[in-house]
Design a binder for this molecule. Sequence first.
Ligand SMILES: C[S@@+](CC[C@H](N)C(=O)[O-])C[C@H]1O[C@@H](n2cnc3c(N)ncnc32)[C@H](O)[C@@H]1O
Ligand SMILES: Nc1nc2[nH]cc(C(=O)O)c2c(=O)[nH]1
Ligand code: SF4
Ligand SMILES: [Mg+2]
Length: 222
Amino acid sequence: MKYPVNEVFETIQGEGTFTGVPAIFVRLQGCPVGCSWCDTKQTWELLEQNRVAPELVIQVDGTIGRWAELTAQELVKAFVDKGFNAKHVVITGGEPCLYNLDELTSYLHSEGYQTQIETSGTFEVVCDAKTWVTVSPKVNMKGGYSVLEQALNRADEIKHPVATQKHIDELDNLLADIDLTGKTVCLQPISQKPRATELAMRTCIARNWRLSIQTHKYLDID
Ligand SMILES: C[S@@+](CC[C@H](N)C(=O)[O-])C[C@H]1O[C@@H](n2cnc3c(N)ncnc32)[C@H](O)[C@@H]1O
Ligand SMILES: Nc1nc2[nH]cc(C(=O)O)c2c(=O)[nH]1
Ligand code: SF4
Ligand SMILES: [Mg+2]
């Protein structure tokens, strides 16, 4: 299967449980969810006119919405050709769960990588059983609640973006029916806003949840 890839780069995982872990990011193109504060809006549209050759998405700036089709095998070959050292591969987007990720994650595992998916929970999560799934729930979206519930139940980590108390209340509603045994819940302030960060910290202390700050943005790295 071919995946539409916006960019591939090696950096440090900046968010969530794996913060600080060297990681190869595979950012897939396409997302219909439309979060107003999304920091990767260039990945929303999958336009034929923006299709490019595979070498133009490997370790180059992905800030425009161009994309290339690559198979799992071609991705691993690109990691090796570029001399990437990281063994943790983060599949993000865009919305990666628009695509069946079983083949990609299974192949990466067979090649000695561990995998993590960053998803909004608006499409069914289809991936290898060993993949670490981070769900950053988006409410009132097209997929509807039954899809979100599948994603939340599959999640290893629920990483909720917050700016106001309304976002915490939404999360409480979402988690009401979910068995949280073995799952990590974290709050991620939206766009480094001081008030969002303050609210997230206060709520994490009160609930014994984890704080996820986008450390790569403070470091000004990819
Ligand atoms: C760009 S999204 C891509 C993956 C997937 N579509 C999703 O929403 O999880 C990756 C992560 O960044 C978060 N995110 C996006 N824009 C953000 C912002 N401005 N501030 C904080 N987190 C943000 C999302 O909630 C998600 O956890
Ligand atoms: N360093 C770094 N860490 C990240 N964690 C999640 C990211 C994402 O865009 O999904 C991201 C990203 O874009 N860069
Ligand atoms: S679901 Fe993810 S990629 Fe899509 S708009 Fe929201 S934050 Fe951006
Ligand atoms: Mg990002």
